[in-house]
Design a protein. Structure first.
Length: 534
């Protein structure tokens, strides 16, 4: 049943006949310093289903999750969990735990250097035998839980040695380890696949789906709509703090979800255009590039071209960008930029040469969270704007306002803290900062990771606009739908080498996925350089 709603309309909150509501929250309001984050919002989750809570950045879904966890107090609202009413005025994290809610966030909260069994014990307590720890009893219990959650691993293995999907599954098993026949629990997954490659996400979600089929109730929050569609029974979509749509026992398309989330037609959110803007003028080329996981790579990117780099985790796509940008020195290889030899000794030299890079981790590598949007935008042009020993603040603020408008950044004011914005708007600011330098070569590492569909569309438009203006763009991404939608040409990396080259439109997303997962063994290129290129 599909129920798209207009703002202020009342949605159908009833469960399907004969089913029990695990979560029933209605009339939920929440303000932050006069800004309405939730306005008469609701959420009904049927027991034994996977329920997707969707919406763009700032739509209110994260606020709802934090209210359910007892982290934020609600200003108004009614809450029932498995039929028991809870007073949101006194609701706390301890209340959420007692009610059966269990949360696994993108940051899993695991200790990488400790063993699996030690991570379980830190959560539930160490069993004692006489004066010491009952290690045998702990190992037996954890082994049984790992088997129940389809994890064929030794509980003595450190977390750091597990594959990413297994780490997430360990976090889920740990969260639900006290579950028994007398206590029903609700598993809340907040962006569980954000840190996973596509094949790892599939493994995780298959396991989650099987848990739900066995009766586990799951509430999932994710930006990855294809994955949500593959695993979910029901959907609640938020927009601007209100319920925009409810779909119960439904099989919507990705376009249908996007239209409800955005409140506008899908075609308005999709990048348009073809490779006609690409000129055959080489801007950047690399030959025999080696370093870290990269074992010999050759390619050229042309003026106006968007070149994609994709492959499994460890294939070398991020390392290539970091060597081009001067963050890491290659072991060997030659690079040319605009027809001249290019070998940046450090990031400043790359910037001076006309290269810009938006890194994968915008929080730790591309921003100052406790500084204003204006200050973050000014970081890439400090040298150019410094006048007679001081920074002209009026010019800085005027430039910030222009960039905020041009890139569609939603923020209270240019002086608002960078940390106050949603992830999508933070990424727009990082992009705007670099584009004001008018770079020849733009390097983008996972440019829309953790970004909602509307911000993603805006970022795609900015990238295409840069290419249309003659900038050469290299996009490294594990999101094959993104690579397919955005890139004029794609290089598939396998174990540090290029295994395939695909022109735009030659393959669909499934075809690209097949190439990536096939992981061809490509012989290493000969290392012809005695000295590393620096």
């Amino acid at each position: 049943m599909s129920i798209p709603l207009t703002p202020g309309a009342a949605e159908d909150t009833s469960a399907a006949p004969g089913t029990t509501l695990a979560i029933d929250v209605t009339h939920l309001d929440k303000d932050f310093a006069g800004t309405r984050a939730l306005n008469n919002a609701s959420l009904q989750v049927r027991s034994g289903t996977v329920h997707a809570l969707l919406g763009g950045n700032g739509s209110g879904k994260s606020t709802t999750i934090k209210i359910l966890a007892g982290v934020y107090p609600a200003d108004a609202g009614d809450l029932e969990i498995f039929g028991t009413a809870y007073d949101l005025g006194t609701y706390s994290p301890a209340t959420a735990q007692q009610a059966g809610l269990r949360f696994v966030h993108q940051d899993l909260g695991l200790f990488d250097d400790l063993s699996i069994e030690e991570n379980f014990a830190l959560d539930s307590g160490y069993p004692m035998h006489g004066p010491g720890i009952d290690w045998r009893g702990l190992r037996t219990r954890v082994t049984r839980l790992l088997e129940e959650y389809e994890l064929d691993v030794d509980p003595r293995v450190p977390i750091s040695r597990l594959r990413p999907s297994d780490q997430t599954m360990v976090a889920i098993a740990r969260a639900l380890q006290e579950q028994d026949a007398t206590q029903r629990q609700i598993l809340v997954l907040d962006e569980p696949t954000a840190r996973l490659a596509a094949h790892e996400s599939e493994l995780l979600l298959e396991r989650v789906r099987r848990r739900a089929e066995a009766g586990q109730t799951v509430l999932i929050v994710s930006h990855r709509l294809r994955e949500v569609l593959a695993v979910s029974d029901d959907f609640t979509i938020y927009r601007d703090g209100r319920v925009a749509g409810v779909l119960t026992a439904a099989s919507p398309t990705e376009d249908e979800l996007i239209e409800i989330m955005a409140g506008r037609a899908v075609k308005a959110l999709r990048p348009t255009g073809d490779a006609a803007h690409v000129e055959r003028t080489p801007v950047f080329s690399v030959t025999g590039l080696r370093g870290g996981p990269v074992r010999g790579v050759d390619f050229t990117v042309h003026k106006g071209e968007i070149l994609g780099l994709t492959g499994l985790v460890g294939s070398g796509r991020s390392s290539i960008l970091k060597m081009i940008f001067g963050e890491h020195a290659p072991e060997s290889g030659t690079m040319t930029l605009d027809g001249a030899p290019y070998a940046p000794a450090e990031v400043g030299a790359a910037m001076e040469a006309g290269v810009a890079m938006v890194p994968e981790d915008r929080v730790h590598e591309a921003s100052f969270m406790d500084q204003s949007v204006t200050e973050n935008l000014a970081l890439a042009t400090l040298t150019e704007n410094w006048t007679r020993g001081f920074m002209p603040r009026r010019r800085e603020r005027d430039t910030a306002r222009e960039l905020i408008t041009e890139f569609g950044v939603k923020v209270a004011s240019p002086e608002a803290l960078f940390s106050s914005m949603s992830g999508g708007n933070q990424q727009k600011v990082v992009m705007a900062r670099w584009m004001q330098r008018d770079p020849q070569l733009l390097l983008l590492d996972e440019p829309t990771q953790g970004v909602d569909v509307m911000s993603r569309a805006d970022l795609y438009a900015s990238i295409r606009r840069a290419a249309a203006n003659g900038c050469a763009v290299v996009v490294a991404s594990s999101d094959l739908a993104e690579i397919h939608a955005l890139c004029d040409r794609t290089l598939v990396l396998s174990r540090g080498r290029i295994s395939d080259e695909v022109a735009a439109g030659a393959l669909d997303v499934d075809g690209l996925t097949s190439l990536v997962l096939r992981e061809k063994t490509v012989p290493d290129a000969p290392n012809t350089s005695e000295e590393p290129t620096s």
